[in-house]
Design a protein around this ligand. Structure first.
Ligand SMILES: [Zn+2]
Length: 322
C-alpha cells in the first residue's frame, strides 16, 4: 500500500528539515573558519574574479590571455588550499554533512536511466510510519522468529510447530512473488498470534504495510462506521481503504466477535475484495473447520478452504508456561 499523501509529505518535511539543519551547520562552520583565517575571503574574491575574467577572454576568443588567467587561477586555488591546510582544514569542511551520505537527505537516489529510486533511509522512514499504523506497536517486541522456542513441544505437537514455522518463513520470503493467505487454527495459547506477529514484523521491516486487528475490533469498527454521521465519512473511508489495500491484513481470533448477518456480509466482502486485489490475509482462530462452517455461511467456509493455507497448531497453552 503506498503511503497516503500526508504521510509522504510528512517524510519530505523531515528531509527538508534535516537538509536545512546540515546546511546551517555548514554555514556556521564556514564563518568560524573564515574568522580564524582572515586571508581566506580575499583569496575567494580573487578566485571568483579570475574565473570571470577567464570566461570573458574565452568568449572573446582570446586564447593566450585565457591561458594566462587559467595559470593565475590555478595558483590562487593552490594558495587557497594551502591556507586552509595550514590550520588543518580542507574545502570539504565547507560542505554540509548530511545524515544519509547515499541520498544527501533527499530520500531518493538518481539512477542512470533518469529515474529515481527510494533510498534505504526513505524505506526506513516509510516502515516506521507503516509500523505505527499497523496497530502492532508493543505487540512485536517479543514476536520474533529468533525468540521462538521448541522446548515445550514434543512428538506430533513439535512436528506441527516446526511445519508452521517453516510455512510462515516461506510465506514471508515469497511474499512479493507468491500471493497466499494463511489461517492458523488451534486451541488457546498454541502460538497462533505469536506466529502472525512474527510474519508482521518481518514484512513491516521490509517496508510492507500491515494492519492487525482482533476480529472483534475489526467488525465493531466496521459496524460503528456504518452508522457514523456523514461528517466523519472521510475517516471511515480511510479505514476501509486500509483494510482493502494494506499488503497484509491480520485478523486475530476470528470467532471472538458477535457474529450476525452484518459480520457475515462484511467478512465475505472483505475476503473477496482482498482476493481480487491479490492482497494477502492471515487469520488466526480457535475454531475448527467444522465450527467455522456452523458459525459462518458455507460460502465463507469454502472460500477459506479454497484460498487459505490452513495451519494447525497443537500443544500446551504456552501462555501458562512462559
Ligand atoms: Zn538516504
Amino acid at each position: 500500500m503506498p503511503l497516503t499523501n500526508s504521510q509522504y509529505q510528512e517524510i519530505m518535511k523531515e528531509y527538508s528539515e534535516l537538509r536545512s539543519e546540515s546546511e546551517s551547520r555548514a554555514a556556521e562552520r564556514r564563518e568560524q573558519i573564515c574568522a580564524e583565517l582572515p586571508g581566506l575571503q580575499p583569496l575567494e574574491g580573487r578566485i571568483a574574479s579570475l574565473s570571470v575574467q577567464r570566461t570573458k577572454q574565452l568568449l572573446a576568443g582570446h586564447a593566450p590571455e585565457a591561458e594566462a588567467l587559467a595559470e593565475d587561477l590555478a595558483e590562487a586555488r593552490e594558495q587557497y588550499k594551502a591556507l586552509l591546510a595550514s590550520e588543518g582544514y580542507s574545502e570539504e569542511d565547507f560542505e554540509p554533512v548530511y545524515t544519509c551520505k547515499m541520498c544527501s537527505d533527499t530520500g531518493f537516489i538518481p539512477q542512470p536511466d533518469g529515474t529515481r529510486r527510494k533510498c534505504r533511509c526513505f524505506k526506513m522512514k516509510e516502515s516506521r510510519i507503516l509500523y505505527h499504523q499497523s496497530n502492532l506497536e508493543g505487540l512485536l517486541e517479543q514476536a520474533n522468529f529468533s525468540n521462538l522456542t521448541y522446548e515445550h513441544h514434543k512428538g506430533e505437537d513439535l512436528t506441527h510447530l516446526k511445519g508452521a514455522v517453516s510455512l510462515c518463513k516461506d510465506f514471508v520470503n515469497s511474499f512479493e512473488t507468491n500471493y497466499r493467505n494463511l489461517m492458523f487454527y488451534g486451541t488457546v495459547g498454541t502460538g497462533k498470534s505469536f506466529l502472525s506477529c512474527c510474519i508482521a514484523r518481518e514484512l513491516l521491516a521490509s517496508g510492507h504495510s500491515v494492519v492487525y486487528l482482533s476480529s472483534q475490533n475489526l467488525f465493531d469498527t466496521l459496524a460503528d462506521q456504518r452508522f457514523r454521521p456523514e461528517s466523519q465519512e472521510e475517516r471511515s473511508q480511510d479505514f476501509e481503504s486500509s483494510l482493502y489495500n494494506c499488503d497484509l491484513l491480520i485478523i486475530d481470533d476470528l470467532g471472538s466477535e458477535y457474529t450476525n448477518g452484518f459480520v457475515e456480509t462484511q467478512f465475505f466482502a472483505l475476503m473477496n475484495e482482498r482476493d481480487l486485489r491479490k492482497r494477502s490475509t492471515v487469520i488466526s482462530t480457535n475454531l475448527s473447520f467444522g465450527d467455522l462452517q456452523k458459525r459462518y455461511t458455507d460460502r465463507i467456509a469454502s472460500r477459506i478452504l479454497g484460498r487459505y493455507d490452513i495451519i494447525r497448531l497443537t500443544g500446551p497453552d504456552l501462555r501458562t508456561l512462559i
